[in-house]
Design a binder for this molecule. Structure first.
Ligand SMILES: C[S@@+](CC[C@H](N)C(=O)[O-])C[C@H]1O[C@@H](n2cnc3c(N)ncnc32)[C@H](O)[C@@H]1O
Length: 229
């Protein structure tokens, strides 16, 4: 997959997308991730990317021209163009799976008060939000989406099964509790069944605990009304 992130702050994305599993996926060329500086598409002396809003009011708005030029450059026909905005559709695992199947994804980050409405309408196939809160900038949001998508690409996770077997995976539930060594910690013991070697019993225990945890924390996932998009 090719994945472009258009942002005023490439360094903000480079940190989280340069380490660990995602960093290794890039080294192994399982994803062609390009961090594109929006400012390179300005042509004035001050490299201006923002202007005050028409009609007055607080803050600045990202100008349309650099965005149009950037998209012309990085998003040929066929690329799927996503704007990060708190007004977008909530980003969920099902959406990550859908995006991971694309050949070319372009994520665009807003800043200040957001993006000129004409650019929003003309340039994007979809708007996504990573949650009901407001960040100063879209770079962290794009890094979140990119991480969730890249880890689903073939070969990125050590075991192909593991993304199916975790929260929001195969059945859409939350994952069961996990334990590791030692078997006892400050008087708290690992459930005996996990030490039993009885794979059928372990599978049944995990299913039951996954269901119980999901019912307690996110009942909507079981009823199917807040899991998919
Ligand atoms: C301060 S926000 C703009 C908020 C905008 N004025 C509004 O009220 O909808 C600046 C940029 O951060 C990004 N952003 C902030 N919160 C976000 C969220 N929850 N999900 C995705 N992107 C977000 C977007 O790219 C947005 O253009």
């Amino acid at each position: 997959m090719r994945l472009d992130i258009v942002t005023l702050f490439p360094a903000v994305c480079e940190g989280p997308l340069g380490a660990s599993i995602i960093g290794r996926a890039r080294e192994r060329e399982l994803v062609d991730l390009r961090l594109v500086d929006l400012r390179q598409y300005t042509h004035d002396r001050h490299r201006t990317v923002d202007e005050p809003p028409y009609g007055g009011g607080a803050g600045m708005v990202l100008k349309p021209e650099p965005l149009f030029e950037a998209m012309q450059d990085v998003a040929p026909p066929g690329a799927w163009r996503v704007l990060l905005t708190p007004q977008g559709v909530p980003f969920r695992q099902a959406c990550a799976r859908r995006l991971a199947a694309l050949r070319h994804l372009v994520l665009v980050c807003g800043h200040y008060e957001g993006v000129d409405e004409r650019a929003r309408q003309a340039l994007f196939d979809e708007e996504l939000s990573i949650g009901d809160y407001v960040l100063t900038n879209g770079a962290l949001a794009a890094a979140v989406v990119a991480d969730a998508v890249i880890r689903l690409l073939p070969g990125v996770l050590g075991c192909e099964e593991s993304s199916e077997d975790e929260s929001f995976g195969r059945n859409g539930w939350l994952e069961y509790p996990q334990y590791t060594r030692p078997a006892e910690m400050q008087g708290m013991r690992v459930p005996e069944v996990l030490l039993s070697g009885d794979h059928e019993a372990i599978r049944a225990w995990r299913r039951q605990r996954s269901l119980a945890r999901t019912a307690a924390r996110r009942p909507g996932l079981i009823q199917g009304w807040d899991g998919d998009q």
